[in-house]
Design a binder for this molecule. Sequence first.
Ligand code: G3P
Ligand code: CA
Length: 321
Amino acid sequence: VGRGAAGRGLPVPLVVGHRGAAGYRPEHTFGSYQLALDMGADIIEQDLVPTKDGHLVCRHENDITATTDVADHPEFAGRKTTKTVDGKDLTGWFTEDFTLAELKTLRATERIPDVRQRNTLYNGRWQIPTFDEVLRWAEREGEKRGRPVWLYIETKHPTYFRKLGLGLEERLAKALRAHGRHRKGAPNFLQSFEPSSIQRLGELGLRCPKVVLLDEPSVRPWDFVEAGDTRTTADLLKPEGLEWIVGFADGIGPWLPQVIAQDESGKLGEPTTLVRDAHAEGLAVHPYTMRNENSFLPLDFQVGKDPDAYGDVFGALKAYF
Ligand code: G3P
Ligand code: CA
């Protein structure tokens, strides 16, 4: 992966620290981002959602129930609510109902503490990072290392937030411009499961590489649902779908089984034609997400429950590919 129009000049394969080093530290914290960088990740991934007062913060979703200690804050008990996000009814606490100052009083927690090296040891250590803080951190780390720190930035629920008057793309464009990261060749990829978000980022003059994420085949991107567009992900995976995507994006981010077929037991096996088809259109292919439970990797990254015994996981991955 990493070949094609996007990612030229970067090493192949690229290792993206997905939500940082999320197998070892609570996701989307500076603990997680810093560890991923120190472990040798080429790129660090952020998911973006907004606060009530319009700041971009790094969370995988706007529901912060599972990844913060918000439930332990009696002053926010009344903020717990039920709402519909992209057609799903959810109950919890949501970033768009908190100001940044309020969110900063919370601490990040591990989402799934019982999996592999994950644990609760680091709960409470880090705040929720803002995207501005990440940009400043990347600049400092880049200067220290003598090479830019690449970021892989995702807009989460962009149509939902646009309807709330909290458009993600304008805020992202402003932040990237302030750091000179809007230009062609700037050290960041932009990604979204909603193609219209990627189109909007292009309209806002962002020339850095942009990637359309592809969900499971039966899923309709939420912006398609809102616009009455009946196409599903399966349609976007076809050559005509890829031809449409290359009109405004540089790459696709398919779900892993779309590039390596999965049998009934979930075991991954033979490559599909998707990489070839996408490369024929000039699209880069950045699949998500490589985990050691995907049995096609003949590597065992499970090194027990010692949270600091992570070893050279990324080096092993690179050597394998
Ligand atoms: O980079 C692709 C990946 O980030 C999409 O999956 O749900 O972890 O954001 P998700
Ligand atoms: Ca993501």
